[in-house]
Design a protein around this ligand. Structure first.
Ligand code: ADP
Ligand code: MG
Ligand code: MG
Length: 534
């Protein structure tokens, strides 16, 4: 009745309002914060075992502090920092800006200070580079400058850094990063969806205002259904990946009743919702090309880490507020043993590749098949081997998948689209696009002629469609409420041990990003947090 409607209106309003945070209000709060001091040198020991790449490149706060150190140290170190910065700018710039950036880089490496670490380059190289319009030459040249600069930085500058107040400040951030996470760390908002072991709701970090989605797994239900191992596997895969096209994990913690995975909030709805629930069925070609390009980038990232996703389907692709998409739900994903094949029935009926259905051995080929099915579905609003709402037995879908050719009757299919789908839907793995022996890289297909993958990969290609900021792209709260009763399951010491293994708190890269994006890093950085350092 009315009360139910009011309920969901209130929930939506609070959720939408939280996303328009008041930075000034937050600033007042962070001013009260101070960074903790590193305790018992445990943080120091952990950090000492880490590489230059991890400390100065991958971890966002580490990278910032290393840069600050270089800029403040001497002109030579500063030139190295500036060159690296400009090189990444050059790499992703559009043609016109590239020329300007290149000139500036060339000018820098002609400075006497930078000569020493770019010593193998002669003044002639610099002159030639400045005036060249040969893309390949530029590419090689810039690559060489980048590597030479990194090699230089890994030496004396890095060891100087480890002895500097900047590194000490980094250790204080690492100490802070290790804080215990509990429900109290977040404000909680409406439920967004329902999963197999509990609900997913929106949350907001009190201190930074950062919004996330929190996937809750009921401890007792997990035990009853023996889902512990899978839950841990999902968490470990999520924390390992770091991609713009995969839902990243920011925190893993637990409370009395639930394990919680705190991930990127995807408030634009899933692609299944966009195919079937919003007016005319299907998604227009421009968007399909864009989403497919992002999906491929995500899949390639997984495969490069020997992870097979096994649940590629539009329902698992979620849009964020800007209209970019990411892969989610890693419950079926697995790390492949090096050099070995696996033979395990896993996936969703209608998207499963012939080799899975025949219970043969496979590696990553199954994701490319499922992607072919998904492109087809985004355009035709049906699956290649199953019509929309068709009542059909799994056996028959299996038979069609193994024997039938895919038909293209929908008006949206053009020649390039039919071609790429057909190549993903090759029944033999060795003929399928994306599968190593067949050679082809899916990104080179004519279907992606309009996409600059280099820029897309770093999030620089604007989305063709942006979700409305005043719409909640999720089912009504009352439809997704987790109403199942608590089972009578006793938890013992062994369970507690598992919960502890799961609850590792903040995930470094994501947490550091949050500190920087929310402005907390700059707020605290300006304060005198090195008083204890002598
Ligand atoms: P399960 O593995 O139990 O199926 P999912 O990971 O698929 O759980 O999550 C269940 C539902 O919660 C999804 O279908 C989606 O509606 C919603 N959801 C999951 N992750 C997010 C997210 N990061 N942002 C927004 N909504 C999400
Ligand atoms: Mg799911
Ligand atoms: Mg799942």
């Amino acid at each position: 009745g009315d009360l139910v409607g009011l309920d969901s209106l209130v929930a939506n309003t609070a959720y939408l309002k939280a996303q328009r945070i008041d930075r000034n209000e937050l600033k007042k709060q962070t001013r009260l914060l101070t960074l903790p001091l590193p305790k018992n040198s445990s943080v120091l020991q952990e950090a000492a075992g880490e590489t230059y790449e991890s400390l100065c490149e991958q971890q966002p706060i580490g990278k910032k502090l290393f840069q600050q150190f270089l800029l403040a140290s001497n002109p030579q170190y500063a030139a190295a920092a500036e060159i690296l910065e400009e090189l990444s700018g050059w790499s992703f710039a559009e043609e016109e800006t590239r020329v300007k950036v290149k000139k500036s880089i060339c000018a820098k490496f002609c400075q006497p200070g930078s000569r020493s670490f770019l010593s193998y380059l002669t003044g002639q190289d610099a002159e030639r580079c400045k005036h060249s319009s040969d893309k390949n030459f530029d590419e090689v040249m810039m690559g060489q400058i980048r590597e030479a600069t990194r090699e230089f930085l890994k030496g004396k500058p890095f060891s100087d850094y480890l002895k500097s107040p900047y590194f000490y400040r980094f250790l204080r951030w690492k100490e802070y990063e290790k804080q215990k996470i509990s429900d109290k760390y977040f404000y909680k908002f409406r439920t967004l969806g329902k999963g197999g072991f509990g609900e997913v709701c929106a949350v907001q970090v009190k201190q930074t205002g950062q919004m996330y989605a929190c996937k809750k797994l009921d401890k007792r239900r997990l035990k009853k259904k023996r889902g512990e191992k899978l839950a841990l596997q999902e968490k470990q895969i999520l924390e390992k990946v770091n991609s713009l096209f995969i839902v990243n994990l920011a925190y893993a913690y637990d409370n009395k009743t639930h394990l919680c995975l705190v991930m990127d909030l995807m408030n634009g709805g899933d692609l299944r919702f966009h195919i079937y629930e919003l007016g005319e069925r299907g998604i227009c070609m421009e968007r399909v090309v864009y989403y497919t390009a992002q999906i491929i980038t995500g899949i390639l990232h997984l495969h490069s880490m020997d992870i097979v996703y096994r649940d590629m389907k539009p329902e698992n692709v979620l849009l964020d507020g800007k209209g970019q998409c990411r892969l989610s739900d890693f419950g079926l994903a697995m790390e492949l043993p090096k050099g070995k094949m696996v033979c395990q029935m896993a996936g969703t009926m209608g998207y499963m590749a012939p080799e899975i259905l025949r219970q043969e051995y496979y590696r990553t080929s199954v994701d490319w098949w499922a992607l072919g099915c998904s492109i087809y579905e985004m355009l035709a609003a049906r699956l290649p081997f199953r019509d929309f709402r068709e009542k059909v037995q799994d056996d028959e879908v299996t038979r069609r998948t193994l024997e039938d050719e895919c038909k293209f009757e929908h008006k949206r299919f053009d020649a390039a689209t039919k071609d790429i789908i057909s190549r993903f839907l090759k029944k033999k793995v060795e003929h399928r696009l994306g599968c190593r022996s067949s050679g082809g890289d899916p990104r080179n297909h004519a279907f992606f002629n309009s996409i600059n993958f280099h820029r897309l990969e770093v999030g620089l290609v604007p989305p063709p469609w942006v979700p409305k900021s005043d719409v909640v792209y999720a089912k009504d709260v009352n439809e997704v409420k987790d109403s199942s009763e608590v089972q009578h399951v006793e938890l013992d010491a062994k369970d507690e041990k598992f919960f502890k293994e799961f609850s590792t708190g903040a995930v470094p890269i994501q947490w550091q990003k949050e500190m920087i994006d929310s402005g907390v890093f700059d707020e605290l950085d300006g304060l005198d947090c090195d008083a204890a350092f002598k």
